[in-house]
Design a binder for this molecule. Structure first.
Ligand SMILES: [Zn+2]
Length: 415
């Protein structure tokens, strides 16, 4: 639609059409701007902004064991808070309005996301130490986050249960997670089949493939959001579809860490799996710009299948918006610009040189996926509130965040 206005009231889209401001209206000038639904990032680790650029071009195991895990042990709540604020600022500046995060010190992350004004689905990443007292500790951390989020009483911050992965969590924790998720009416956020190596060692150990195993123990159901899901057979993909499992596809991280293969995206669609897009953490991307992820998603599947019609612009844009919303059970609230939905929106500046020309309204979605980038975002709105207005963040102060992040990073590296 061209030359229309959107009226927002109480955080929702009230009217779309040829409207005139009424007294007391706050008016955002949208001339030469393109209005899109805010982008939904279905898998990330916000606080890992602290590790951005710290360890690149390494084998996955070396990357984790020699670089990331030793630093993660030294993280404090304050550091995670600072890292999450930086990530939230980057998301705000690049048009993301909703995210699903999994990490540690999540109460501090929750505070940061709430302060930023973004919408967040937050989970504590449970790593099962395989002994009862360790498991108790992980369960308590999860329950503490649940309690903390309930006490925040913020309609934008939601709890998820986060067993890290089937290779880091035993059956008992996986089933406890499912039980808790059902009891609390929450979703489960988990990494599944991220790499070829993970499937191979899982098969060696358990004598079955990972999705078959998860189904056999009764873990798979329509409340599971599975990040990655790359190294899967067709029958595993069919099973995900049958059980209603949703997938957070993270093509940039998968390519950078070179875990092997390309996620079977067309097969997931055929099997009826809802697939959203995720950046994954900034240590393995290194950007949180969803425009970047959309473009790379479209390109990798075309290149891999020798077929330029696969993962077309509309499908990929849907993954970053309405399908991402479906992955989080939010499709009735966000993911499109429609009367009655929450006003989670982004405006792009059509005067930016990389967005000129716009040939027709039919080509706009191609421009969004192939030509745009996060710096074209002029204004970002969540629940009707501008978190960035004409490139100026309204709630977060970039300079203060940069200073506290650099303090946190020097503390981390020197300790
Ligand atoms: Zn991840």
């Amino acid at each position: 639609m061209r030359n229309v206005s959107v009226r927002i009231s109480d955080g929702r889209i009230e009217e779309i059409g040829a409207l005139h401001p009424i007294p007391k209206d706050d008016v955002i000038d949208c001339q030469h701007r393109l209005l899109i639904p805010g982008l939904v990032n279905t898998h990330t680790h916000l606080a890992m902004t602290l590790f951005r650029g710290y360890a690149d071009d390494l084998e996955l195991r070396d990357w984790l064991e020699k670089k990331i895990w030793p630093l993660e042990k030294k993280l404090s709540g304050k550091m995670c808070h600072d890292g999450a604020l930086l990530a939230s600022l980057e998301m705000t500046r690049t048009g993301t309005t909703c995210l699903a995060d999994m990490y540690f010190h999540m109460e501090d992350v929750a505070k940061a996301v709430d302060r930023s004004g973004l919408r967040g689905f937050l989970s504590y990443g449970i790593i099962d130490p395989r002994d009862e007292s360790g498991r108790e500790h992980e369960r308590n951390n999860t329950l503490a986050l649940l309690k903390h989020i309930a006490s925040m009483n913020s309609p934008r911050i939601k709890f998820m249960v986060g067993p890290h992965a089937p290779y880091t969590c035993g059956e008992e924790i996986l089933l406890w997670s499912r039980e808790l998720a059902e009891k609390e009416d929450a979703l489960i956020h988990i990494h599944i089949a991220e790499t070829r190596g993970e499937q191979v060692s899982f098969e060696k150990d358990k004598k079955q493939r990972v999705v078959d195993y998860l189904d056999k123990i009764g873990f798979l159901y329509d409340g599971v959001l599975a990040a990655h899901s790359v190294w899967l057979t067709k029958s595993e993909v069919t099973l995900l579809g049958k059980r209603g499992v949703r997938v957070a596809h993270c093509p940039v991280s998968n390519m950078k860490l070179a875990g092997g293969g390309v996620a079977p995206l067309p097969e997931m669609w055929e099997s009826g799996v809802s697939v959203g897009l995720g950046t994954d953490g900034p240590a393995s991307n290194n950007s949180l710009d969803m425009f970047d992820t959309m473009k790379i998603c479209a390109l990798i599947h075309k290149s891999y299948r020798w077929d330029p019609t696969i993962a077309n612009a509309q499908r990929v844009f849907d993954m970053a918006t309405i399908d991402g919303a479906k992955c989080l059970d939010m499709e009735k609230e966000i993911g499109s610009v429609e009367v009655g939905k929450r006003a989670d929106l982004a405006l792009l500046n059509l005067k930016d040189p990389n967005l000129i020309p716009i040939h027709a309204k039919e080509t706009v979605v191609s421009d969004l996926v192939y030509s745009a980038n996060g710096s074209n975002v002029d204004t970002t709105i969540v629940d009707g509130k501008a978190l960035m207005l004409h490139r100026k963040p309204t709630l977060l102060d970039p300079e203060t965040i940069a200073e506290s992040v650099s303090r946190s990073v020097s503390q981390l590296i020197s300790s």
